[in-house]
Design a protein around this ligand. Structure first.
Ligand SMILES: [Zn+2]
Length: 244
């Protein structure tokens, strides 16, 4: 428990009147997921910065991937600025009450963005176990992909994005003939149906939202879906869509 919480509680126990904790309520209506306690700008560091980076991971710019390192550098500032622009906020690259309020409005109590869920990113098992990383890591990776998809969904007019699956255990991956190094084994890969956008529009748009792996029409086995994921070096291949 932090000091700013301890003091009012202590005062309450002692029967001493204290003013409401204005600094806390100013930041905006929090939810059960996460509450930021300070304004964040370039130079800041900490887990609150990392939590912010996850939420704006879909705004790295074309071909970019935002590092989730808890260090608020120029790339994080640019991502926050793009997020603010996307939602019509004052675009100064500083995450304060208006930015956090928008994030709170965009997330559910389990920290997933409102239009995506852990369930739809895992039709393999309910535990997220049995892949190439721990269940916790697989879930964390899926969460980042969901925030990227939320950014992409908004950029494409807020129409639903059709998610056909994501995480696979080794057993699930083998059952569908997935590659042995498939990103589905790490939890960050998501397979998308055509939806109202169409495959090529999805594959092209994904380039702007932090997906370093994009596979789609024209790439072996990907004429009937678009696969987006994270990987260390970029690999884009949807030749029928001009994505390479
Ligand atoms: Zn896939």
């Amino acid at each position: 428990m932090k000091l700013r919480y301890v003091l009012p509680v202590l005062a309450l126990l002692l029967g001493v009147g204290v003013a409401p904790a204005a600094a806390q309520t100013d930041i905006g209506a929090a939810d059960a997921c996460y509450t930021w306690g300070r304004t964040l700008s370039e130079g800041a560091s900490g887990d609150d910065v990392r939590q912010l980076q996850i939420r704006v991971a879909g705004y790295p710019g074309y071909g970019g991937v935002l590092g989730l390192d808890g260090q608020f550098g120029p790339a994080t500032k640019a991502a926050v600025t793009r997020f603010q622009q996307a939602y019509g906020l004052a675009a100064d690259g500083i995450a304060g009450s208006a930015t956090f309020a928008k994030i709170y409005a965009l997330q559910d109590n389990d920290c997933t963005p409102v239009n995506f869920s852990y369930d739809e990113l895992n039709n393999c098992n309910s535990t997220w176990s049995g892949g190439n990383v721990s269940a916790a890591t697989a879930r964390a990776n899926a969460l980042v992909s969901m925030w990227k998809l939320q950014a992409m969904r908004h950029a494409m007019g807020d129409r639903p994005i059709d998610v056909n699956g994501g995480f696979r255990s080794v057993a699930c991956n083998n059952a569908v003939g997935g590659a042995t190094n498939s990103r589905h084994l790490y939890g960050d890969a998501v397979d998308l149906g055509a939806g109202p956008q169409g495959f090529c529009a999805l594959a092209k748009q994904a380039r702007n939202h932090g997906f370093s792996e994009i596979l789609g029409p024209g790439y072996t086995g990907h004429n009937d879906h678009v696969h987006v994921a994270h990987r260390s070096n970029r690999f884009w291949s949807a030749p029928s869509c001009g994505v390479s």
